[in-house]
Design a protein around this ligand. Sequence first.
Ligand code: F6P
Length: 546
Amino acid sequence: MTVQASPPPLTPRCDQTAVWHALQQHFQRSGQHFDVRQALRSDAGRFARMALQAPGIRADFSRNWLDEATSGLLNDLAHACALPASIEALFAGAALNTTEQRAAWHVLLRCPEDFHSGDAATDAALAETRAAQQAFLQFAEQVRADASITDVVNIGIGGSDLGPAVVVQALEAFRDGDSRKGQGKRVHFVSNMDGDDLGLKLRELDPARTLFLLASKSFGTAETVVNAQAARAWVLQAHGWTGAADAASHLPERLPEPLRQLIARRFVAMTSNGQAAQAFGVQTIFPFSDWVGGRFSLWSSIGLSIAIAVGSAHFRALLAGAHAMDLHFRHTPLARNLPVQLALLDVWYRNFHGLATRCIAPYSHGLRRLPAYLQQLEMESNGKGCDSAGQPLPIATAPVVWGEAGTNGQHAFFQLIHQGPQIIPVEFIVVRERGLGSDAQHRALLANAVAQAQALTEGRSDGPPYTHCPGGRPSTMLVLDRLDPASVGALIALYEHRTFVAGRLWGINSFDQWGVELGKMLARHILEGGAPSKGGEGEGVMAWLR
Ligand SMILES: O=P(O)(O)OC[C@H]1O[C@](O)(CO)[C@@H](O)[C@@H]1O
């Protein structure tokens, strides 16, 4: 559905406010010399004062380079940038994606059944959204009940892969039954254009028992189209197709009726471009609105793989968790608002301390792909060099986000974080309740997370110099009570809102991705036989690849 979205509010960019200059002075005077180790030692109330609570998640900010003066100024900055107006604009469905004149209205997808906005256009969008949701959730239940299907393969990339993949992995414990006994579905994700991604999966699959979910907002993304075509060819060949192997020969109008029906049974699509999906041969299509951005789409029919894996009730619980975070974000004063405080910390570290990266360390096997998901969410949204008015930005924007599940990261890159010369803020994510392991295993895992945070702050100065760790290094700890649908929903919504807030402060349109488009355009050109750009290394490399 396309809605006539109102224009976004014109809010000041952070570096154009008077508070920015006050922050610069504060940084010069004292902010840059802040000693978190000293702050923790001298202030017994620091942890309690700096702890924040949001639905399903608690956050310890006390190990950050923040004092009251800094926090006060950062909160002033948020007000000076009219952040509350931006938050309202997000919820009102304003056209925040200015280059594409679209709203970024993913919050609407998680509104509970009984929610009425009181605004006719919003209620109409809600009604359409609910009908679409009902349809794909019903289908998910049908698939779950269909013993003839053992495997489901989601083919998509970027937001049409990472969001659902992270959630399915995180909620593995909620995927009922053993698929080998016909009690649940194995859910696979294929994204890479490299044929080995799909090829290796297909080796394990039975074409008569596999359902393909084609996840693509545009239904034009090269990786997804190529993989979908390869999957269609595989299904056709397995069912006796001896015709030509090229994709054009597999279009529905070229297939005999039984094979056309076969493709319609084996492939469904979640897309905003139903026409292209139909042309491919899909008949079961779950649409979603153009105001759902790719990296914010797991709440829409793009989340079908999640609903098949864990069931529609758990999918609704995921939405409810995200909605609870939406309410926190919309209604909590900025100083206690978790997404806002995380985004302000990003501004403080990136723009004042010059810290170029942030490490994500989920101490949870279920959340091991979260760093990859956040890379797209944060870097595709806020990795921009000009503001929404088209002006080049004189300030840094999104940090490089990276990471790995703890404790694996401890035995890989934590050495550099402890003793290397550059400072890398770490975001620990821990889950209080254990999963499948024993109590002892879980206690050891949590002890390691806390120990890392402590080691970063306290450091070490005894022993020979090579054992010294400077300490004083910043970290934040996010604590989930348990890894369940509601808290996973809340966690992802938290990151979405944090990304949005940082983007608004930097004056960025967080909802487009023109840099990615350039690469796509050039790849198409080269594939069609066009020469790579003149004068560079491009031609030489192409010669090697021929
Ligand atoms: O869902 P689509 O249209 O296939 O797009 C996939 C992904 O490609 C991008 O457009 C660019 O990476 C993402 O924003 C999006 O999530």
